[in-house]
Design a protein around this ligand. Sequence first.
Ligand SMILES: Cc1cc2nc3c(=O)[nH]c(=O)nc-3n(C[C@H](O)[C@H](O)[C@H](O)COP(=O)(O)OP(=O)(O)OC[C@H]3O[C@@H](n4cnc5c(N)ncnc54)[C@H](O)[C@@H]3O)c2cc1C
Length: 415
Amino acid sequence: MARTDIIVLGAGIVGTSIAVHLVKRGMAVALVDRQGAGEGTSYGNAGIIEGNTIFPAAFPSDLATLVRIALKRSPLANYHLSHLPRIASWIVAFRAASRPARLIETAQLMRPLFARAVAEHEALAAEAGASRHLSRNGWLKLYRTEEAFAGLAPELALAEQLGIANVALDRDGALALEPALAPVFRRAVHWTGAVNVSDPLALTRAYAARFAALGGLPLSGDARTLHRADAHWRIETAGGPVDAGDVVIALGPWTPDVLHRVGIRLPLAVKRGYHRHFRPTGNASLGRPVLDTENGYVLAPMAQGIRLTTGVEFAARDAAPTPVQLDRVLPAARELFALGEPAEREPWLGARPCFADSRPVLSRAPKTRGLWLAYGHAHWGLTLGPASGRLVAEMMTGATPFCDPKPYSAERFLQ
Ligand SMILES: Cc1cc2nc3c(=O)[nH]c(=O)nc-3n(C[C@H](O)[C@H](O)[C@H](O)COP(=O)(O)OP(=O)(O)OC[C@H]3O[C@@H](n4cnc5c(N)ncnc54)[C@H](O)[C@@H]3O)c2cc1C
């Protein structure tokens, strides 16, 4: 029987970052996953560390967009009709959280985490010998119409207030940054403070290797075996049972699989998303991720090729893939950039774990001794992994948290 201080369940970017921060604070920690570190949702994102993020993704405010989504003609969102009744109350809450005043409130509540996002990654990457995976090139959002660019005014005003660096560009200015783009857009904003990751899997693996080098215990096991044994939590692993006084559940979209077993239900939904890698044609290349705003896809330069990621899909986490959004955006993507052949046969499918208020849960579990929660990072898990890791480790070890953790408490769902 191995005994540790803390078991972290889930070796995605969030769990791995928590585990590293805990060992650095002198804790004996086991990090348990059923596959390799970073092979879940943290593998397939667009690689953007968005220290610049202000407003969360919002429910569409105009009827035309909504109708296009309903008719399954929009690249921004897809849905499985049979799934909608199951997430009806979540969608109502998401719509309420998308009112302008609530978006500003969310931006302010999330700011402390975002403000630390880049610095915490850079510090962890430096000690993990992984800085080569990070580039400080920012990311570029393109607008094909003046109307779409004009809609950005509240975000740019808030960015100025918060001191978030950005440069508004005309078409030529953007083409000077990214000469391989075709001039099919009118405006762009370069969010210069963002960092992009050329290989998110390699980055999480490097953080996991750092965890092991510091004396942490990476273990293979199924988180669903978690149970109480005497005064401890116990998990069954390939190397036998492991006990600890505290457990952190950081299983991303799989967190409910374990939480429901201990009688805790929080209102999580998933926004599924796809990616596919393409070889560029000829010498075409990108220096940074590019978002085609009206079409809702990102082209991100990655170790495996140009990664095309899609918008959101409301469907059951484990339902069969329906990558129709990739087909919907491909013509626009090919018009913008010379994409060649796909690098793999099938698209990748992942599930963003999302609360309707777009805030993660980083706190003790309600009414359960020794249980901590760290999940629900939605569109921002790669960005916020290390900052969340530090915050959770500070709370668990009794240190002064670097920011007020109250906005991220699970208790907000129990009021
Ligand atoms: C298409 C797409 C693009 C995105 N782009 C970005 C981006 O550019 N920037 C950004 O910040 N975020 C982005 N995200 C979001 C980001 O990828 C996620 O928020 C983040 O990866 C969540 O990390 P996690 O550690 O919580 O979950 P995960 O990475 O999913 O980790 C959970 C771990 O739990 C393990 N697990 C599950 N069940 C069990 C079990 N029973 N037993 C043991 N282990 C188990 C899994 O194997 C996995 O390793 C994107 C997401 C998608 C889908």
